[in-house]
Design a protein around this ligand. Structure first.
Ligand code: NAD
Length: 491
């Protein structure tokens, strides 16, 4: 493939600079429009202006990509792990080399402030490299005079990667790396709200992987269901809402596809009375409002010990007042807009419910009525445990704070949800913190931190927050069949 480009030698492996103004699907190593030439466009959420056109993949395009993937798989599955690892590491370096262009594009399509967009590209690079360096060695289970029994992990085939709009680059990289490292091929489907960076990411990948190994299709709302029901796709790696995850699993079951579902969260943070308020209150507010609250692992329910409640709330409020909301291209902005109109409407419903039920607003509460989908960071002071803001995931910059006094009771309240993605305990007494942490029902639990994930640590949700896990060596296994090989030494 030869994207319109100029060459650069600005990093160890010479790569071709991408053109960030035109966007094509990537099928079998080629940049292609939709087979019927149809296009659509995303919206810049800070200005509500149209972003450039992107293709709307047709069913025919998907069939072509699946066919190309199946052909590519035959050879790719036979390459050595070291060859695949080398390709991934070079791909990661090339992404780093064009970080600034990707970051600007990410701010334009997703809305996040430029400093966080740069950070997402950095994180994506760390994820590609961290995952590339993992191993999935054969395990010898038995070895005696009679026989040797080995467990080995073989690739599944074609992976369909369905990506949400909140971290389009990092989450796509978190699926590409384990797929190709284990010998699979992958078709990436970005969210229709954020197709741009993923199309460019996969275009970049063509410089390091054979045709058909990493492909990307941008489409409309039909494309996801076509992928989950396609008989030529072997596995779905899905990240998105619990609502959609259930549909994905139902559809994938008809062809017995393997599925990994990384779904929604409603993460509790339990703050004990021994914390240093001046340090912890701003941290917890940050963890609630990062990416304008649009992270599956954002802190979404904050339980503060009654002895420090008022002081802790006031410290959170003071800090929250310093957070600037605005267009992500402006200096000093911490909260960009909410990513799209649908999400803006969903978050607004939480504010309407707060108002209707006369809940106390400690800070925020306002919608900035200017060009984009802006919402001031908002803290709701002491809502009922049964209220919408406590029970549901807003996925926007609004968090509830509640009092607690009894340890068993707060653990029960924290666990009283169908979600089980992340949870945290904040305390200067590490024994107390560990005791509470071990009783929380979530896939990732932190003491004195939250959201701190790693490519070498498995990530997944309990309960309705997901099925299976990604990342880490055990995440790699979800991209593989397990084969028990019995090697008899004598006939
Ligand atoms: P979403 O479920 O609406 O969409 C996710 C992806 O699924 C998009 O690419 C979308 O086009 C596609 N899709 C929609 N309907 C489909 C269908 N019927 N079949 C197949 N694909 C379909 O989610 P979103 O609004 O993009 O993201 C927000 C949600 O994702 C939140 O709930 C958040 O907590 C969750 N999330 C979870 C994680 C995690 O790792 N657990 C990470 C990020 C976001």
């Amino acid at each position: 493939m030869a994207p319109s480009a100029t060459s650069t030698n600005d990093h160890a492996n010479s790569t071709t600079k991408l053109d960030f103004t035109t966007f094509s699907n990537v099928i079998n190593g080629k940049l292609v429009p939709a087979s019927d030439d149809a296009t659509r466009h995303g919206i810049n959420p800070a200005t509500k202006k149209a972003n450039p056109p992107v293709p709307v993949a047709t069913k025919q395009d998907l069939d072509t990509a699946v066919e190309a993937g199946r052909v590519a798989f035959k050879k790719w599955a036979k390459t050595s792990v070291q060859e695949r690892r080398d390709a991934l590491l070079k791909f990661a370096d090339a992404l780093k080399a064009q970080q600034e262009e990707f970051a600007k594009l990410l701010t334009m399509e997703q809305g996040k402030p430029l400093m966080f967009a740069r950070n997402e590209i950095d994180t994506a690079v760390v994820w590609l490299k961290g995952l590339a360096n993992l191993d999935l060695p054969e395990e010898v289970i038995e070895d005696n005079e009679d026989r040797k029994v080995i467990i080995r992990y073989t690739p599944l085939g074609v992976v369909g990667a369905i990506v949400p709009w909140n971290f389009p680059v990092q989450l796509a990289c978190g699926k590409i790396a384990p797929s190709v490292l284990t010998g699979n091929v992958i078709i990436v489907k970005p969210s229709p709200f954020t197709p741009y960076c993923d199309l460019k990411l996969v275009e970049l990948a063509q410089q390091f992987f054979p045709p058909g190994v990493v492909q990307c299709l941008s489409g409309n709302d039909d494309l996801g269901p076509w992928i989950t029901s396609h008989p030529g796709i072997d596995k779905i790696s899905f990240t998105g809402s619990t609502f959609t995850g259930k549909k994905v699993m139902e559809s994938a079951s008809k062809t017995l596809k393997r599925v990994t579902l990384e779904l929604g969260g409603n993460d509790p943070a339990i703050v004990c009375k021994s914390v240093d308020i001046a340090t912890v209150a701003p941290k917890i507010a940050t963890l609630g409002f990062l990416n304008s609250g649009q992270i599956c692992l954002c802190v979404k329910r904050i339980y503060i010990h009654k002895d420090i409640y008022n002081e802790f709330r006031d410290a959170m409020v003071e800090y929250t007042k310093t957070l600037k909301v605005g267009d992500g291209t402006e200096d000093g902005v911490f909260l960009g807009p909410v990513q799209n109109e649908m999400q803006y409407g969903k978050v607004k419903a939480f504010f309407d419910d707060v108002e209707k039920n006369g809940m106390k607003v400690a800070v925020g509460g306002a919608f900035k009525e200017s060009g984009g989908y802006f919402i001031q960071p908002t803290i709701i002071d002491g809502p009922e445990d049964s209220s919408k803001i406590v029970q549901e995931e807003p996925f926007g910059p609004i968090v509830p704070i509640m009092q607690w006094s009894d340890e068993d009771d707060v653990i029960a309240r924290a666990n009283d949800t169908k979600m089980g993605l992340g949870a945290s305990v904040w305390s200067s007494d590490l024994d107390e913190a560990a005791r509470i942490a071990k009783q929380l029902e979530a896939g990732s639990v932190w003491v004195n931190a939250h959201i701190e994930v790693s490519p070498i640590v498995p990530f997944g949700g309990h309960k309705h927050s997901g099925i299976g896990s990604e990342w880490g060596s055990s995440g790699l296994k979800h991209f593989c069949n397990s084969q028990s090989l019995y090697l008899k030494k004598k006939v």
